[in-house]
Design a protein around this ligand. Sequence first.
Ligand code: T5A
Length: 251
Amino acid sequence: MSEPHPLSLSENPLPRRRRSGCLITLEGGEGSGKSTQVATIRRMLEAVGIEVITTREPGGTPAAEALRETLLAGTFRKLGPEAEAVLFAAARIIHLDDLIVPALAAGTWVVCDRFIDSTRVYQGLVDGLDPHLLDLLETVALGALRPDLTLVLDVDAAIALQRARQRRGAASPDRFEAGDIARYQRIQAGFREIAARAGERCVLVDGARPADVVGHEIENLIARRLFSRLRREKWRKHQDAMAETPVHGAS
Ligand code: T5A
């Protein structure tokens, strides 16, 4: 078989390994309640016996967390938005290779605070990067992998900003939090548009309500949208338990 030409582009990127766990992502502007709901989802899945890990982007592994620290501090800003987008993608590749893909392959469910839609909104809409570059980076990082469900938390900019500031307390804002209301409104509009365009994968959730009310709706959404996966997982657990139960009379 002849070697591919180094400059030839693959029209059909190789899919990442097949998987059996579910990937749920949470998206939305700063302070929209993503981390709070990640913890709720974890409790819900554990309560029905599903193995689950929670993680975040950028970050999730030691190497990707190191990149997160410098990205959020704005250290790479001077390199320009393209270079910064490549570094977000690098953090994502590490995260996928070292944590997400092996977990999914082992049947573990993964709940991730921010993922590909954040790149589309922050690097695409806010920083104005060419969507083709973002497509390419997404293909390199994900292959054919996509989240099974994306919950987009929708919270008005003023509330989200107030929450983010409240939580931060006296600490100084990172470069993302230092923005103004107009910027938050663009971000919110961007996430709304993604939720409308990718309705198969995304659900827009009103995140301005009390956290327990939002959590209850999310539990119902997961149960409805991923019902067959939840049932299959329970069946698999049941079979595992049966296999471990000693059979009377067996030698
Ligand atoms: N980024 C990220 C990119 O530019 N490109 C990318 O590809 C990716 C992946 C990450 C930054 O990186 C950028 C986007 C981001 O700016 P981050 O710290 O991970 O930054 O994300 P933030 O959204 O800033 O994280 P926050 O923790 O501030 O927001 P959350 O997780 O949405 O909100 P949460 O749950 O921590 O809640 C914030 C506060 O509000 C309260 C909580 O108790 C907390 O105090 N709260 C509520 N209060 C009332 N009612 C509710 N329903 C509440 N829910 C939470």
